[in-house]
Structure formats: C-alpha cells, structure tokens
Design a protein around this ligand. Structure first.
Ligand code: SF4
Ligand code: SF4
Length: 114
C-alpha cells in the first residue's frame, strides 16, 4: 500500500569528515562564485527541468558542499545546461558552470558520461 499522511523521517547523520569533498573543491577552484550561494532557491524555482521533475539546483549545491557526491552524480544528468537559473540568481553565482564543472569532475573520476 502506498504511504499516506505523515510519517517519521529516517534518522540521518552527515559525517563531514568522512565525506569526499574533492568534487566541490574542484568546482570552487574554477568557479569560486559557488561560495556566494545562500541557498535561496530562486534558481530551482526558475529551472526548466525542475518544473517537470524533482530536480533542484539548490539541493545540488547543498549536497555538493556536504560532499554527498553519489546523490549529485545521480541527479545532475537532468540539467540541460540551459542557463535560465543564472538569470535569476541574486548572488551572481554562475550556476550553469557549477553544474558543468560537476559533470566534468565526475567524468574525470570515471563512471560518468556527458
Ligand atoms: S539562486 Fe543563487 S543564491 Fe539562490 S540557491 Fe540558486 S545559486 Fe544559490
Ligand atoms: S542550467 Fe540546468 S539547473 Fe539551470 S535552469 Fe537550466 S536545467 Fe535548470
């Protein structure tokens, strides 16, 4: 039977020390504007893909900073690199380049194809 109504969330711990931060370091070296992101969500609201799927660029930024790379790897394929998100970012983050560099970093590590 499908879940209905409220339920307790599974307990979740984020171990920053154990997580791999190499992907976000690769991006920040090349696109430091990611550091300006305040996770406001404007990019997600404007995102073409996000309007039709559960994709959220705001979530991607949070996951990248946490080093939760496997989740990012599974989700970023949905981004079409259209660049609409850049137009609405109040902090001037080059969001398209952040996604592009994420894809590039995963491709360099292997296991990801554009
Ligand atoms: S719109 Fe800009 S500041 Fe807001 S979540 Fe997206 S990248 Fe971050
Ligand atoms: S570049 Fe990607 S994240 Fe940005 S609006 Fe387009 S599909 Fe969404």
């Amino acid at each position: 039977m499908d879940k209905f109504g409220f339920s307790l969330s599974k307990a979740r711990v984020i171990d920053y020390d154990a997580n791999d931060r190499s992907i976000v370091s690769y991006i920040l070296e090349r696109e430091p504007s990611l550091n300006l992101c305040i996770e406001c969500g404007c990019c997600s609201a404007a995102c073409t893909t996000g309007n039709f799927t559960g994709f959220s660029l705001r979530e991607i930024h949070i996951l990248l900073k946490r080093g939760e790379n496997e989740q990012v790897r599974a989700k970023i394929r949905k981004c079409m690199l259209c660049g609409k998100c850049i137009l609405v970012c109040p902090r001037g983050v080059n969001t398209r380049n952040v996604v592009f560099l994420s894809k590039q970093a995963f491709a360099k590590n292997g296991g990801y194809e554009f």
